[in-house]
Structure formats: C-alpha cells, structure tokens
Design a protein around this ligand. Structure first.
Ligand code: NAP
Length: 254
C-alpha cells in the first residue's frame, strides 16, 4: 500500500537513475508524497521525461537532469546547480547502478572499473557534493542508498557488482555517523530480486525458476515494493532511523 499523504511537500529530492525501473518508481513514490523530484538519468532522456510526467501525475513536481554519476566533476556541477535552482536539497536517493556480470577469472579491468565507479563511486560523488545542502535542509536531510541482497550474501558471476553493493553498506554507515550530529540520516535499502530492465536482460527462464525457490514469499519483487520502503525512510516517521539496511527481498536473506 503506497504512502499517499503529502508529508514531503516543499521538499526537494534528487533520485539518481530515475528514468527507469526502481529509480523511476522511487521518484513517483516521493512525488506522491508531495516532493519536487529531480529525475536524473545517464542517456535515456525520453525515458526521463516520461518518468517526470509520471511524478507529476502522482501529485509531485518534477524536472529532469542528465549527468553521469561516475563523473565526479559532472556530479559536483549538477548538484551545485540543483541547490541554486531549487533553493536547496532535502533528500538524496543514490539509486543509479549497472549490473556488469561475468565470472571473476574472465572479468576485465574495464568491467571492474565501470561497476565500481558507477555503483559505489556514483553514490560517493553525489553524497559528497550534496552533503552541505543536506546539512542545511530546513528539516533534517535524508540520504537513502540502494544496495542489494548480494552485497550481503555475494553471488557467483557478480563479484564486482556484489563488492560495489557491499561497499555501499559501509558508505551508508560511515555517512550516517558523520552527518548525524546535524540530524541528517543515511540508510540503505537492499532489494532482493526485482523485475526491471536490469534483471529481464540478464536472467534466463530456468535460472528465474531456480531463484524463485529461494524466495520464501514465492514471488519476484516489484519496483514499487522498493519505492515504498524509500518513501518511508524519506518521511517524518523515519527520523530516528539511521545507519540501517532495510531489506526488501521477500525473505531471500533473513
Ligand atoms: N533489479 C533488481 O533486481 C535489483 C536488485 C537489487 C538492487 N538493485 C539496484 O537498484 C538500482 C536500480 O536498478 P534497476 O533494476 O532499476 O536498473 P535499470 O532498470 O537498469 O535502471 C538503471 C537506471 O540507472 C541509470 N544509470 C545507469 N548508469 C548511470 C550513470 N552512470 N549515471 C546516471 N544514471 C545511470 C539508468 O539511466 P538511463 O535510463 O539513462 O540509462 C537507469 O535510470 C541499481 O542500483 C541496482 O543495482 C536492483
């Protein structure tokens, strides 16, 4: 059941990788709570425009902002402009990510670098650039990092991806400790297996059936399941929660 109050009215939220999948659902969920959402994307501007329209249809405001989270300079410039154009930033959701899969022994330096630079470097770049704005947020700022079940349990064929997601958990807890004195909270949401382009592209039918056997709730998650958890952590009811990992995985890891 989506949270449908307007508790985020007047708040500005940046959601990275919000043009598709989980990020799009998060942008819509924050919009439904009344936030103005900056819909970040890497290359698919059309998808970002469509996501922004969905945020507005849900009751929020939306603008799009294309930048590569792996590019430190681009992130710094973009977040500076967001602070200036929108009068600050209250909520940062580090969602942008890529799944570059392959066996460890054949994994190239470039594949490793792309995965770590995007999934972990991206969250670091955005958090560092946004910290001063979040510390000045009218009510306490919020950071929510989208990690993964495999960041806690590993996965064959996903050494770099799992390492990047495990790193995000460390980044979450350290950020929570560093920014807590000014009331900023930082938490992670760890999805299990969620139906999006990322998973559809990579999972053959037989593997999908095998995976379902490991999920006690017996079904694959929806992007909205993750978005609802993020909307909760961004809201006033989660003000005393920081440094935590909220698992949204159908019981896959408990
Ligand atoms: N799906 C799952 O089962 C699952 C499970 C656990 C965790 N997660 C995590 O959840 C997050 C979203 O996953 P998803 O399944 O929704 O992925 P997705 O459908 O592949 O969408 C990825 C999004 O990230 C954006 N993006 C990729 N690289 C970027 C970059 N360098 N800079 C800015 N934006 C970038 C894409 O933008 P464009 O549209 O412009 O390409 C797109 O909006 C990821 O961090 C992923 O690791 C997913």
């Amino acid at each position: 059941m989506a949270i449908n109050d307007k508790a985020l009215s007047g708040k500005v939220a940046l959601v990275t990788g919000a043009s598709r999948g989980i990020g799009r659902a998060i942008a819509v969920a924050l919009g439904r709570r009344g936030a103005k959402v900056i819909v970040n994307y890497a290359s698919r501007e059309d998808a970002a425009r469509e996501a922004a329209a969905a945020v507005e249809a849900a009751g929020g405001q939306a603008v799009i902002a294309g930048f590569d989270v792996a590019n430190s300079t681009a992130v710094t410039d973009a977040i500076k402009a967001i602070g200036k154009d929108h009068g600050g930033l209250d909520i940062l959701v580090n969602n942008a990510g890529v799944a570059v899969n392959g066996l460890l022994m054949r994994f190239s330096d470039d594949q490793w670098k792309k995965t770590l630079d995007t999934n972990l470097g991206g969250a670091f770049h955005c958090t560092r650039a946004a910290a001063s704005l979040l510390l000045r947020a009218k009510e306490a700022g919020r950071i929510i990092n989208i990690t993964s079940v495999v960041g806690e349990m590993g996965n064959g064929g996903q050494a770099a991806y799992s390492a990047s997601k495990a790193g995000l958990i460390g980044l979450t807890m350290s950020t929570a400790r560093e920014l807590s004195s000014r009331g900023v909270t930082c938490n992670a949401v760890a999805p299990g297996f969620i139906e999006t382009d990322m998973t559809a592209e990579h999972l053959p039918e037989a593997q999908r059936a095998k995976l379902l056997e490991q999920i006690p709730l017996g079904k694959i998650g929806r992007a909205d399941d993750v978005a609802d958890a993020v909307a909760f952590l961004a809201g006033p009811e989660a003000g005393y929660i920081t440094g935590q990992i909220l698992r949204v995985n159908g019981g896959m890891l408990m």
